[in-house]
Design a protein around this ligand. Structure first.
Ligand code: CA
Length: 252
């Protein structure tokens, strides 16, 4: 049975989620603060499979909680609950390391579907087994699940397993890190604007703060660049955005 940890200080909402998720067959724990969540997840105890995390919490907020978890190498699938009317929070949550989000108020059926989606991805991750390829009408898959780059072909991103292997070292990616990388790779060699990334990767409108995109790039550079301060693959295009280069010039 999968265990969901709900971190939400509005008690009626937390109780409602518990009731309904238990009815769906999940084990549910609820906590009211970010500090309690970090303590719980650092402690021994039944393994938590999915974290449902409110942004607005007393003490440490949801962004802080998720970024602390990721910094400590904890890649538990996490869905953030953001307040309506704060589109910047969505990107900020993804930049902090969230895998998915829902805007309050949300429909329960949608939350349950999202939790299932996160659990499915976690299963691929754990077993290393890929889900069965979905047959398409053309009989071909649209994009490969793995992409190898670098002159020595020593860097591979696996979009299904959500990890990146660089010179034999493996880094887990959040879903959004993988999506950002996939988007840049799809436009290999061409500049991609922050605005386009915002719209195409996050489905957010212009006017949203684009700085969190830069945080993603900083993190991805730490994984894939030999020298993250002198990037060769993930280049900044001044005043525009970014450009991905599979095999940097000097290495061709
Ligand atoms: Ca709250």
């Amino acid at each position: 049975m999968s265990r969901v940890l709900v971190v939400e200080d509005e008690r009626h909402l937390a109780n409602g989620l518990r009731f309904n998720l238990e009815a769906e067959g999940y084990d549910v724990e609820t906590l009211e603060t970010g500090d309690d969540a970090l303590t719980r997840l650092a402690a021994d105890g039944p393994l938590v499979d999915v974290l449902v995390l409110d942004v607005m919490l007393p003490g440490k907020d949801g962004f802080t909680v998720i970024s602390e978890l990721r910094r400590n190498g904890r890649f538990i699938p996490a869905l953030m609950l953001t307040a309506r009317g704060h589109p910047d929070d969505i990107l900020k949550g993804f930049a902090a390391g969230a895998d998915d989000y829902l805007t309050k108020p949300f429909e329960l059926a949608i939350l349950i579907a999202r939790i299932r989606g996160l659990l499915r991805r976690r299963d691929w991750w754990r077993t290393g087994e890929l889900p069965a390829p979905q047959p398409t009408t053309s009989g071909a898959r649209e994009e490969p699940d793995r992409y190898t780059f670098g002159k020595l072909k020593d860097k591979t991103v696996d979009f299904n397993l959500l990890n990146l292997e660089v010179r034999g070292q493996r880094f887990p990616l959040t879903l959004m890190e993988a999506n950002v990388l996939r988007y840049l790779i799809r436009h290999e060699g061409r500049p991609v604007s922050r605005k386009a990334m915002l719209e195409d990767v996050w489905d957010l409108q212009e006017g949203t703060d684009t700085r969190p995109i830069d945080n993603f790039i900083v993190r991805l550079r730490r994984y894939i660049e030999d020298d993250p301060t002198g990037p060769r693959h993930l280049l900044t295009v001044r005043g525009v955005g970014y450009r991905f280069i599979a095999v940097p010039e000097a290495q061709r």
